[in-house]
Design a protein around this ligand. Structure first.
Ligand code: SF4
Ligand code: SF4
Length: 325
């Protein structure tokens, strides 16, 4: 029996003929790896770009969001587990080839395509074909990812990406192994590489009470971002709500999110946000040089915008991001 290894993500599944990988959507057929969900998204929505969250990429715009079934990880708190942990044949889907995605996005007056909700890495071929069409049509490409991808496909993908939000789920290997089924190191490499390539990178850290809410570790994570990537990388601390296999835990206390925000700012990160909450703290983009609000937000709406080209309108400081296409 011949075996084929899928080298798309660090799981590196070795597949006998007819078998699928951990993500459930990649299969060995006649000694080739195929994706079962090409052109078959199970979720298609027009979303505010702020919902991804992408706060430093064309604020106030709408993004055409697609996902297929499947994921290379198995996070115990996954909000979208009904599709991320589903076999493709068990998830209802649309038929939407890359060209049709672009036509629909342009018709909906979106500025970008977001590959999101589940893990787009596992529908790599569908994502990259769509992204290439998007580029030709003047649309941006937004990769919302767990960052669990091997170097070679990442290099290919980075050529067509404009923005990425990478989940940095925790800052130790044990948390990654126990709660997500993944590993930390490839995620760190993904963040560094995308930033170096000029993709507008933002990082999301979902804080789960008792599992990854240790402030010493959050400080280590922020220090790593400062030293190994840039103080400019925006960080979103996001509120956990009980889902899937972690229904027994409480939602993240607001005070924990505020504490993490303070830690990140004290370490020196310039742009720190709080997500999945209704309060005002951590919503606006503040100029790190003069402390004026350059992008004001209420929920997913932009209520003020004070950036000209790439500079703060109050003091002229450069603000990290892409502010128009
Ligand atoms: S993409 Fe899927 S099949 Fe390929 S290595 Fe990752 S989990 Fe395995
Ligand atoms: S990586 Fe994202 S989509 Fe996949 S299981 Fe984890 S939270 Fe769900």
């Amino acid at each position: 029996m011949s075996l084929v290894m899928c080298s798309l993500c660090p799981n590196r599944c070795v597949l006998p003929e007819g078998e699928r990988g951990k993500c459930r959507i990649r299969i060995n057929l006649d000694n080739e790896i195929y994706t079962l969900t090409y052109g078959r998204p199970c979720a298609v929505h027009v979303d505010p770009i702020e919902k991804k969250p992408a706060y430093h990429f064309i604020p106030g715009s709408e993004t055409f969001s697609i996902a297929t079934a499947g994921c290379c990880l198995s996070c115990k708190y996954c909000q979208n587990w009904q599709i991320s942990q589903a076999n493709p044949e068990d998830a209802s889907h649309y038929k939407l080839l890359p060209e049709a995605v672009i036509v629909s996005a342009l018709r909906a007056k979106c500025k970008s395509i977001a590959y999101t909700y589940t893990e787009p890495t596992v529908f790599f071929e569908y994502m990259i074909d769509t992204a290439r069409f998007a580029r030709k049509s003047g649309l941006g490409n937004v990769y919302v990812t767990c960052g669990f991808i091997n170097k070679k496909p990442l290099e290919e993908l980075a050529e067509v990406l404009d923005s990425a939000n990478v989940d940095l789920k925790g800052f130790n290997d044990d948390f990654y192994a126990r709660i997500t089924g993944g590993q930390l190191k490839p995620v760190l490499q993904c963040i560094k590489y995308l930033y170096k390539k000029g993709v507008i990178v933002e990082v999301t850290n979902l804080i789960v009470p008792t599992l990854n809410d240790n402030m010493v570790e959050i400080k280590e994570m922020c220090t790593w971002l400062m030293n190994e990537v840039s103080p400019d990388v925006p960080v979103h601390f996001s509120r956990f709500s009980p889902h899937y296999k972690l229904k027994h835990l409480q939602p993240t206390p607001i005070s924990t999110l505020h504490e993490a925000w303070n830690v990140a700012r004290s370490v020196g990160l310039h742009y720190v946000y709080i997500g999945n909450v209704s309060g005002r703290k951590g919503q606006d983009t503040v100029c790190p040089a003069c402390s004026n609000v350059v992008v004001g937000r209420i929920g997913y709406s932009v209520v003020s915008f004070n950036i000209k080209d790439t500079q703060c309108q109050f003091c002229g400081n450069k603000i990290y991001g892409r502010w128009k296409l």
